[in-house]
Design a protein around this ligand. Structure first.
Ligand SMILES: [Zn+2]
Length: 96
């Protein structure tokens, strides 16, 4: 899975920025729904950036469609979807 510069989720566009980790000491990524922005720590490994992007995509979907999934389920989907995409060499889009 690549890290694109922008991503469209449910018809809404989000900028994806690889940023200095100072935005958060606890999280690898952050979704700012109203700004249409996904931040990802640029200092973590490529694998972690990819799975973090998937996590923030799932957070956006959860919020936009009011699935009301608890965070543990989002993390479970993140891990299982990421495994399927990675182990089957499924890639989308251009690298950032
Ligand atoms: Zn989360």
């Amino acid at each position: 899975m690549s890290i694109p510069k922008r991503i469209i989720i449910g018809g809404l566009e989000y900028r994806v920025e690889l940023v200095d980790p100072s935005f958060s000491t606890e999280h690898f990524g952050q979704l700012e729904q109203l700004k249409g922005l996904i931040r990802i720590n640029k200092e973590i490994s490529k694998d972690r950036q990819q799975t973090t992007l998937l996590h923030e995509i799932l957070e956006a979907i959860n919020s936009q469609y009011q699935f009301e999934l608890e965070h543990g389920k989002i993390q479970g989907l993140e891990a299982t979807l990421y495994q399927v995409l990675k182990d089957n060499n499924i890639y989308f889009g251009e690298e950032q």
